[in-house]
Design a protein around this ligand. Structure first.
Ligand SMILES: NC(=O)c1ccc[n+]([C@@H]2O[C@H](COP(=O)([O-])OP(=O)(O)OC[C@H]3O[C@@H](n4cnc5c(N)ncnc54)[C@H](OP(=O)(O)O)[C@@H]3O)[C@@H](O)[C@H]2O)c1
Length: 293
C-alpha cells in the first residue's frame, strides 16, 4: 500500500506521490471563471491541508483562471509547494487550443506563469509538444525548443524542465539535451499505450506524471470509472472506482506522480484517500485482464 506521504523526486525537489491537477477549476471547456468560485478556492486549500505539495497548472487554463485561483487561495505559498506549469500552447478567444512552440512563445509563456502565479521561479515547466504548426508557420525543431527551456532554467526562472505529449524518441532527446526531471503524457489503467515512455522514465529515475489518470473530463476518451472490472474491484474492496484507478497507478510504478483533476472538494477528498486503498496482486491481475477484454 502507498501511504499518502510517500514521495518521489522531481529533479532536486521531493514531492508527495499524490498531487493535484488544476485543469478542472476553470469554466466549461477550460475557459473562463469557475462554475462555483468558492468551491474552487476550497478545493485548492483543502488539497494543501491534506498534504498536496505538487500542483500542476497552465497559464492557458482559463485563460489565467487556474493560476489566478491558485494565487488567490494559496499565496503566500507554503515553502514546500512545488508548482509545475507548461508552455507550448495558447488559446484563442473562443477557447481553441493553438500551438505556441517558438522560443519567444515559450519564454513569454514562462514569464506569464511567473507573473500570474506571483513567483520568481517555477518548480518545473513542461514543454508541451504539438504536432500541428499553425497555418503559415514552420514546425519548430525540438532542439531549438529545448535550448530555450535550458536558457530559462539557466536564468533561474524554472527549477526543472519537463516534456509533455512526447514520444519515446522525443523524451530521449530531451533527456540527452536538457536533463529533464518529469514527463507528462496521457496514461491510465484504461489507456496504457504510453508504457514504453513510462519504462524509460522509470529506468532513468525521472518522474512520470500521467495526465488523464481517470480518463479526463473530455467526451470520447475512455473513462476509468466506467470500466466494469474497475467497478467490480471497487465494490469488492469498498473503494470508489476513481480510487481503484488511481491506486492501480500508484502500485504500477514508483516513479508515477498523481495529479488527478477535480472541481469538487468531495472528489478531492476521495482522491487524496487513495493512499489508504490497498490492491492485492489478485485485484491487480483482475483489473489488468479486465481492461484488455
Ligand atoms: N500536459 C498536458 O498536456 C495535460 C493535458 C491534460 C491535463 N493535464 C493535467 O493533468 C491533470 C489531470 O488530467 P484531467 O484533469 O484532464 O483528467 P482526469 O484527472 O483524468 O479526470 C478529471 C475528470 O475526473 C473527474 N473526477 C475527479 N475525481 C473524481 C472522483 N473521485 N470521482 C469521480 N470523478 C472524478 C473530474 O470531475 P469533477 O470535477 O466533477 O471531479 C473530471 O471530469 C489536469 O488537471 C492537468 O493539470 C496536462
Amino acid at each position: 500500500m502507498v501511504g499518502n506521504m510517500d514521495t518521489y523526486m522531481m529533479g532536486t525537489l521531493r514531492v508527495h506521490r499524490i498531487g493535484f491537477g488544476a485543469m478542472q477549476l476553470p469554466g466549461r471547456g477550460v475557459m473562463g471563471p469557475p462554475r462555483d468560485h468558492d468551491e474552487a478556492i476550497a478545493v485548492l486549500r483543502r488539497a494543501v491541508e491534506l498534504g498536496v505539495d505538487h500542483i500542476d497548472t497552465a497559464e492557458y487554463y482559463g485563460i489565467g483562471v487556474s493560476n489566478g485561483l491558485i494565487r488567490e487561495a494559496l499565496h503566500p505559498y507554503p515553502e514546500n509547494l512545488v508548482i509545475v506549469s507548461k508552455v507550448g500552447a495558447f488559446r484563442d478567444d473562443k477557447g481553441g487550443w493553438l500551438p505556441g512552440q517558438r522560443p519567444d512563445q515559450l519564454r513569454s509563456g514562462v514569464e506569464d506563469n511567473l507573473r500570474t502565479l506571483g513567483v520568481d521561479q517555477l518548480g518545473a515547466v513542461n514543454l508541451r509538444l504539438t504536432d500541428h504548426p499553425q497555418a503559415g508557420e514552420e514546425r519548430v525543431a525540438l532542439e531549438d525548443q529545448l535550448a530555450e527551456m535550458v536558457a530559462l532554467r539557466d536564468e533561474g526562472k524554472i527549477a526543472g524542465i519537463g516534456i509533455s505529449t512526447a514520444d519515446r524518441a522525443q523524451v530521449q532527446q530531451a533527456i540527452d539535451q536538457a536533463g529533464i526531471v518529469c514527463v507528462q503524457n496521457a496514461f491510465s489503467l484504461v489507456d496504457q499505450s504510453d508504457a514504453d515512455v513510462l519504462d524509460l522514465c522509470h529506468d532513468r529515475g525521472i518522474a512520470y506524471v500521467p495526465y488523464f489518470p481517470l480518463g479526463s473530463a473530455f467526451p470520447n476518451t475512455p473513462k476509468v470509472t466506467d470500466n466494469a472490472a474497475v467497478r467490480a474491484v471497487a465494490d469488492r474492496i469498498g473503494a470508489t472506482s476513481a480510487q481503484v484507478g488511481l491506486a492501480w497507478l500508484l502500485a504500477h510504478r514508483d516513479n508515477i506522480l498523481l495529479i488527478p483533476g477535480t472541481s469538487s472538494v468531495a472528489h478531492l477528498e476521495q482522491n487524496m484517500a487513495v493512499g489508504g486503498v490497498s490492491l492485492s496482486p489478485a485485484d491487480i491481475a483482475e483489473l489488468e485482464a479486465g481492461v484488455q477484454s
